[in-house]
Design a protein around this ligand. Structure first.
Ligand SMILES: [Mg+2]
Length: 147
């Protein structure tokens, strides 16, 4: 199993419009950590430690950063060089397909309104398990990075 550095988006990926946490986020983060992966959180709206803490995620993540909004590969490379993020992501998880296509990762269905029946985080976990063991996932939500 290959340990992965996984970067999660915030709005509509792990948080709804009202700021509530998507079902399964804490549990899946815990399982990913137990599996040896490292979780990072970033947002196009800035460094949001406050919401990460208030949702009980602070001790599950390695860091919280600002996410680039365009020219993703170049922007991320520059952020790594400046020390703004610790490394290039192995995988991004985001509701916005463009950043996932550029960097590689998982496109999630946007989470707008509180929905206790939402199971998208389970799907994310399954894809990550497949990737870390096989290097591939049959799920159409998986995108290889553009090169
Ligand atoms: Mg988003």
């Amino acid at each position: 199993m290959r340990p992965l550095h996984i970067f999660f988006d915030m709005d509509y990926t792990i948080l709804g419009m009202d700021g509530s946490l998507r079902p399964g986020v804490q549990e899946v983060f815990q399982r990913l950590r137990q599996d040896g992966h490292t979780i990072h959180i970033w947002s196009g709206m800035g460094v949001r430690w406050g919401e990460v803490r208030s949702n009980g995620l602070a001790n599950l993540v390695a860091g919280v950063y600002e996410k680039p909004l365009q020219d993703y590969r170049l922007a991320v490379q520059r952020m790594v060089e400046r020390g703004e993020i610790p490394r290039f992501p192995d995988l991004v998880v985001d509701d916005y397909p463009e950043i996932v296509s550029a960097l590689g990762g998982i496109v999630v269905r946007p989470y707008f309104w509180p929905n206790p029946n939402d199971r998208e985080m389970e799907r994310v976990y399954q894809i990550i398990c497949d990737l870390s063991t096989n290097g591939h996932s049959p799920d159409q939500a998986f995108r290889r990075p553009a090169t």
